[in-house]
Write a protein that binds this ligand. Structure first.
Ligand code: ADP
Ligand code: MG
Length: 220
């Protein structure tokens, strides 16, 4: 489902010159896996996720996600790939404050080339998958932190992606809420969704079917 071969990413860091954050990393994730990538802050976890999700193109090496070789895609195809093939979940939920939960979930369809005719029904269905069917009309300010993250997860599921890419998804949640969100990831994974989460959270790490560590540019 995810394949990276000899993936390298460097940044120009002023006086230190080029800093190689990812150094010929290889990664294979099979369909149906729940992989956690752990590593200290600054080890390149977000960088890795951004490359795999088609958010960053400044890398070298081969990356294939859901059958698509990312290097072959132009800007338009890449934005389509992001919209249709992968779902993103971030630490800060990135919800639009003035929109209801349902409209936040449906938001990706506003950017789609051909928005589904049943947009609102699909948004409702995605909210059901995260257990928020009764709160579709609420604004983010009327939801708890955990509920906000579940809305963000529903938004990531809206396009029915095969892969969920999560960047510290429990980083802004207290222990009890974080546990519920982790349980939700486990349930979605059991339902067939491939999950790749970068995190330093023990609970999330414990829920994964495989744990890899990123350190000094290498993944092990
Ligand atoms: N756009 C950028 N320009 C320059 N350096 C960057 C950029 N993004 C990340 N870095 C550097 O790359 C390293 C890895 O960052 P990141 O992938 O965000 O790590 P993590 O998510 O594991 O905390 C850090 O040293 C960071 O400062
Ligand atoms: Mg990060």
């Amino acid at each position: 489902m995810i394949s990276a071969r000899r993936l390298s990413r460097s940044y120009d860091d002023g006086e230190r010159g080029q800093v190689r954050v990812l150094d010929a990393v290889s990664l294979e994730v099979q369909a149906g896996e729940f992989v956690a990538v752990v590593g200290r802050s600054g080890s390149g976890k977000s960088t890795l996720l951004h490359v795999l999700g088609g958010l960053d193109t400044g890398y070298s090496g081969e990356v294939t996600v859901a059958g698509t070789a990312l290097a072959c895609l132009g800007d338009l195809a890449l934005s389509r790939f992001r919209n249709e093939q992968v779902g993103f979940v971030f630490q800060s939920f990135h919800l639009v404050q003035g929109l209801t939960a349902r409209d936040n979930v449906a938001l990706p369809s506003f950017f789609a080339a051909a928005p589904p005719a049943d947009t609102l029904a699909r948004a409702q269905e995605a909210l059901e998958r995260v257990g928020l069917q009764g709160k579709a009309a609420r604004l983010p300010s009327q939801l708890s932190g955990g509920e906000r993250q579940r809305v963000a997860i529903a938004r990531a599921l809206f396009a029915r992606p095969k892969v969920l890419l999560c960047d510290e998804p429990t980083g802004n949640l207290d222990a009890a809420t974080s546990e519920q969100v982790v349980a939700l990831f486990r349930e979605l994974n059991r339902g067939g969704l491939t999950v790749l989460a970068v995190t330093h959270e023990e609970r999330l790490r414990g829920a994964a079917t495989r744990v890899l560590t990123l350190a000094e540019g290498k993944l092990q």
